[in-house]
Design a protein around this ligand. Sequence first.
Ligand code: PEP
Ligand code: MN
Length: 293
Amino acid sequence: MENKFPGKDITENDLKDKFPLSSSKNKKKIIKISEDITFGDNSVPIIAGPNTLENKDMIFKCCELLEKKKIKMLRGGIYKPLTFPYRSKKYFELGDKGIRILEEVKKNFDILIVSEIMEAEKIPLIKDFVDIFQIGARNMQNFPLITNAAKTMKPILLKRHFGCSIRDLLGAAEYSLVEKNEKIILCERGVSAPHTHKNTSRFLLDLQAIPAIKENSCLPIISDPSHACFWHKWVKPLSLASLAVGSDGLMIETHPDPRNAAVDPLQAINFEEFSKLIDELREVAKVLNKKII
Ligand code: PEP
Ligand code: MN
């Protein structure tokens, strides 16, 4: 197979045969989520909130913060791919118990909800309260899950697995596109990199993937610096860098009391840090002729 671009894993043939629907041969997709939220144009939507939804009080506080900062999408995960099977008072996810809280959020706020699904069986339970289905890194190649989510015709946020290439990611996105669900947004969330692993950060944010995906694909790509670095102090510089390299959106973890978060307490930023970061992102966006929404 001819590869006109030595050193790249994506060939001309791939663009035609392996991902004909997601390749850059197609017109750039602008994905409309609601009247005022689009991915893939000059707006840069922010999805923010805690790692996991813990209780109604904390999620309402997050929604109030988002409203104050004019941010329109909440991270509202209730099903979590937690690395270890053990749960405690400090370490848990709500699971089905969180559905009623998602419903309360919908009733009380004009905020869209992004929520992860890990099993196709949960889709009917939560689909009325979720605006974007998140398919997490660990399920990026769970093809039946992608197909089932795609069939709902709801937008999908597909996170890149930390060990998968861009070629693999576009292949996975194709599973939604063949179902005629074109509302698919990609997300870079860090890759495994032996030289950084454990020494400095959990994953390495592959900033370069953002222009690479734009070069090879017609789909929007956003960045999740929180999951990449796993360290609250670096979320700000990596968010700004993601914007600078052309990210079509950002997913940022914020929590009213980050160090006591039920999951991943080290990576969430507090409300004050979040507010300042949004202000700075708005300033940088102006220079880039973009708009943070
Ligand atoms: C998450 O966003 O909550 C998450 C689990 O992320 P990832 O799939 O990227 O690890
Ligand atoms: Mn996580």
